[in-house]
Design a binder for this molecule. Sequence first.
Ligand code: PLP
Length: 403
Amino acid sequence: MDINKIREDFPILGRTVYNKPLVYLDNGATTQKPRCVVEAMVNEYYSVNANVHRGVHFLSQQATELHEAARETVGRFINARSTSEIIFTRGTTESINLMAYSFGEAFLHEGDEVIVSTMEHHSNIVPWQLLAERKGITLKVIPITDEGELILEEYEKLFTPRTRLVSVAHVSNVLGTVNPVAEIIRTAHAHDVPVLIDGAQSIPHMPVDVQALDADFYVFSAHKVYGPTGVGVLYGKEQWLDRMPPYQGGGEMIQHVSFERTTFNELPFKFEAGTPDYIGTTALATALDYVSAIGMEQIAAHEQELLSYAMQRMDEIPGMRIFGRAKQKSGAISFLVGDIHHFDMGTLLDRLGIAVRTGHHCAQPLMIRLGIEGTVRASFGLYNTKEEVDTLVAGIERVSKMF
Ligand code: PLP
């Protein structure tokens, strides 16, 4: 990988903040966009824009072709069996809400149970809690070790005849732990329970093959994988999606409407009410083509090298506490130094041009488990360099000395 050449594809990386070169280490929150992704959006608005699916005219057909070609690109990227299994949503959060609503409607009844884990993002907790209030279901939680790994023996013990779904993150946005999702899925399937994988933090960092994992559902957001905001994906096996009711009603998702009776469209359109973000889906496909051309294996290897270099260098800093030391780790390092408040550390690093995230990272139950209020999180993307890690380490040391 020629990082310097790759960095040239991301104009924002060339800017300064407070007269310092930007060191962008907040990729877990959102990634920067390569020129090709922005250009795909501009080009489509300027030369193709028309509403999809319903038009007989040239532009509408061309826009529809681009939108459906994007679905194929997404399907290929995660190795789905067919495009019927690719539902476009607004993002990971909406994909999980769709699941809680629609899977919940079809398959969850009072007294049923959903298994999640201690390290979930609020997006994979709150929709299930809302469902729990509506339907009287119970959430069961997989505990973690102090290193930040799921305790699989405890996971197995959570299954009962009322378990209906397991919903876990592939990669923790706080700890960086890469969960053994293939094994988690095998265990669940042995109990005839389907599994939803929150792929928000795995999709940008590693090759994902939903068939090899045998995932029943896999969700992610475009903006975390160098694509646009406002677009996401719900992958689901047809055998499940077919039996789930629509999530929202409106145009696109119907076959026929009368005041007496409405019939619904086939997959995937049944779940896509209203005008989709067809510009965004083209841009998502462009982003996936971009990372595919570099190679997900290469990206993973580069980021692993960065991560182990950063872990080693950060461990040398006096008072450093790193949260998450799983054997399989990716993407993010959460830390605190001495008793310096995470917010102070983040604010002062920002003044040095270093963008990190501070706070509970939408994972308050995990913070409670760790016995802290928040952390500073540095999260990496394909364009980050060892020099940037050095800048981060020097920045942390400088801030530490001030306290
Ligand atoms: N799940 C995980 C693990 C995340 O890291 C995030 C975002 O940080 C989300 C879900 C929510 O993603 P979005 O806000 O794009 O819907």
